[in-house]
Ligand binder design. Structure first.
Ligand SMILES: [Fe+2]
Length: 203
């Protein structure tokens, strides 16, 4: 079965003004859709048809860069939509104690995420991830992903210009601040932590 463009888990206006409906419309309806369509076209009629998106990513890594880029970007964007929320709340329980032991405090984690996101050269992704019970911040370049990496990704932020350029032009730090101030989905991070293995793209 072909992969589907997963619906946004909120209305396209729900993150405004941190992310405008116009940005979300292009980002989800054009960019994410194109990655899904190209992945479907590449796997149709091959041994990979019917496999999970994570299996496609793992099979294409290092052997088929075009398919890898589109499959990984399909997964990354699905994970990113879930990593954001209209009102993000704050971490609690097990996740909060893991954050405190890894970073000292939530504020310190946010500060470091802002630094890593702003400092990331060109296109890519910054991640809060878990491996062996330890939380860490990770970065991947271009379309690369943690989906098949051995890390358990908890949250991600897209730092490609298409994620923020319409709203912030080139001022990536302001986009990061707006998300960090109130739109990270800590419930999703907690679900990922408790599951203990990487999220699966639906379908
Ligand atoms: Fe993106």
């Amino acid at each position: 079965m072909a992969f589907e463009l997963m619906p946004l888990p909120y209305d396209s206006e729900a993150l405004d003004p941190a992310i405008s409906a116009r940005t979300l419309g292009f980002h989800h309806g054009k960019h994410h859709k194109a990655y899904i369509d190209k992945t479907n076209a590449a796997v149709e009629g091959t041994d990979l048809a019917g496999k999970s998106l994570t299996d496609v990513i793992a099979a294409a890594r290092g052997s088929n860069q075009g398919l890898f880029n589109n499959a990984a970007q399909s997964w990354n964007h699905g994970f990113y939509w879930n990593s954001l929320a209209p009102s993000g709340g704050s971490p609690s329980g097990h996740l909060a104690s893991k954050i405190d032991s890894a970073f000292g405090s939530l504020d310190e984690l946010k500060k470091k995420l802002a630094e890593r996101g702003a400092g990331h050269f060109a296109s890519g992704w910054v991640w809060l991830a878990e491996k062996g019970g330890q939380l860490s911040l990770e970065e991947t370049h271009d379309g690369d992903t943690l989906a098949d990496s051995g890390f358990n990704p908890l949250l991600t932020i897209d730092v490609w210009e298409h994620a923020y350029y319409l709203d912030y032009q080139n001022v990536r730090p302001d986009y990061l601040k707006a998300l960090l101030d109130g739109h990270l989905n800590w419930d999703f991070a907690a679900e990922n932590l408790e599951r203990g293995s990487a999220w699966n793209y639906p379908g």
